[in-house]
Design a protein around this ligand. Structure first.
Ligand SMILES: Cc1ncc(COP(=O)(O)O)c(C=O)c1O
Ligand SMILES: N[C@@H](CCCC[NH3+])C(=O)O
Length: 440
């Protein structure tokens, strides 16, 4: 592998540029670890998805799956770009409210929404519930009755398509905790019940086949399966879907081995398949919704770390440790996810070596990479790990009581802090001293 594995922009001193700002300047301002986002990349991706729908001339919504990276500024950015928003919890909904996001464009997901979350979402007046199971449907029906309101819903179904991806991020197969199973008749019963409840307005169906997908075939297959059932529900219940939501999962480039498709290629394939199937089943073409998370924010994010200690075991491995790790990026430990990284503060140096990049957490498995070629490193060098914009910050933890890193947005040669670094005081904010509160 060559030393410079990516085509990232560098200044004349060989320092990494993020959105036209020197990454070293960012670390001097905000410290490390640091999540830095090149905002123009997020905007470009959002526009590409939308443009493909516009060109296809179909009704659509592109909902940003905010689980990938949720904070007030990101939700506001999604709003600026005219995206809708997928939330999966009261917390993500609250963030959207705090961001001033229009509630009618919020879609609420989740396989175990609580009564309180459902109640709060109804009060907020969200645009759509993606109903996952019978328990949720009953709660929603009761709450709409009690509040004398109507909820617009999609039914999440599992089309039995296995996406070629890690089992933990594959969600559309029959054996999934999410959604109504199509084959066993669960989904038929769900349609019947949904049509029966006066407080529920059944808009259509939703499926999400998995994540980090590089081909269109899985989507096309899933749509064909959905329409087998939609055709049946049309015949039996006279149901015509207003919306078909094919989820997210569009793959991105983590390393030079990844060859992601352009957003437009996915959109074209989805629109074509929905159109064909609608025609074949003598139904009007519905509004098409998609839910990209990773594809919108993943490649725009870079994590900057400072290199500290080293341990070389002759003939075995040369470890270098950074000041973050699994606490700010759990993906290598959880999914064996692979990333590209380079030094941010220089390209030059003595001979190239192969390093294993260790996190600072007290876990042997807290490793970000096992074989990264770099020029010989010294303490204080800055390591940039690329494509960490999705599911890095959002899955971060305080293991070992490490404060979560800040997030900076870079755009038009300016940088702006959008999430502050957690302080030690933040870490103990909810702790109560022994016996300070009344014993019950
Ligand atoms: C229902 C649903 N929609 C959208 C997404 C976003 O996926 P991705 O970030 O891979 O686009 C997910 C997560 O995998 C999901 O479960
Ligand atoms: N958190 C996962 C994606 C979500 C999978 C479930 N919807 C990842 O980092 O790849």
């Amino acid at each position: 592998m060559s030393m410079i594995v990516t085509m990232k922009k560098r200044n004349e001193q060989g320092q990494l540029m993020i959105g036209n700002i020197n990454a070293v300047t960012l670390t001097e301002h905000y410290g490390t670890p640091l999540y830095a986002y090149d905002v123009s990349q997020i905007r470009d991706k959002a526009r590409s998805f939308k443009q493909a729908f516009e060109e296809a001339g179909t009704e659509y919504q592109v909902a940003y799956a905010s689980k990938a990276f949720s904070c007030i500024a990101m939700v506001q950015l999604a709003h600026e770009e005219g995206l809708s928003l997928d939330v999966v919890s009261g917390g993500e909904l609250y963030t959207a409210q705090q961001a001033g996001f229009p509630m009618e464009r919020v879609h609420f997901h989740g396989n175990n929404k609580s009564r309180q979350e459902i109640h709060e979402a109804l009060i907020a007046g969200i645009g759509c519930f993606v109903v996952d199971n019978f328990h949720e449907m009953e709660i929603l029906a009761e709450e709409t009755r009690n509040m004398d309101v109507e909820a617009r819903i999609l039914l999440r179904v599992t089309p039995g398509v296995e996406a070629h991806t890690h089992a933990y991020i594959s969600t559309g197969g029959e054996d999934s905790k999410f959604g109504f199973d199509l084959q066993s008749g669960q989904a038929d019963a769900a349609v019947e019940k949904a049509l029966d409840h006066s407080g529920l307005h059944l808009l259509g169906v939703h499926c999400h086949i998995g994540s980090q997908i590089f081909e269109t075939t899985g989507f096309v297959q899933a749509i064909a399966t959905l329409y087998q059932y939609l055709g049946h529900w049309h015949t039996v219940y006279g149901f015509i879907p207003e919306v078909v939501n094919t989820g997210g999962g569009f793959g991105i480039r983590y390393t030079s081995n990844d060859r992601p498709l352009e957003p437009g290629a996915f959109v074209e394939a989805v629109v074509k398949a929905v159109r064909n199937e609608s025609t074949n089943h003598h139904m009007p073409v519905p509004e098409i919704w998609i839910e990209p998370g990773r594809a919108l924010v993943g490649e725009a994010g870079t994590t900057l770390y400072t290199i500290g200690s080293q341990k070389e075991i002759e003939g075995v491995r040369h470890y270098i440790s950074v000041d973050g790790g699994m606490t700010d990026n759990i993906r290598p430990a959880l999914y064996n996810a692979v990333y590209d990284a380079e030094l941010a503060n220089r390209t030059e140096g003595q001979e190239e070596k192969t390093y294993a990049i260790a996190g600072k957490g007290c876990e042997s498995g807290d490793m970000l990479m096992y074989d990264l070629p770099l020029p010989e490193v010294s303490p204080g060098d800055i390591l940039a790990v690329y494509s960490t914009g999705a599911y890095g910050f959002s899955m971060a933890s305080n293991y070992n009581r490490l404060p979560r890193p800040p997030v900076v947005f870079v755009e038009n040669e300016r940088h702006q802090l959008v999430v502050e670094r957690e302080s030690y005081a933040d870490l103990v904010r909810n702790d109560l001293p022994l016996s300070s509160n009344e014993l019950r």
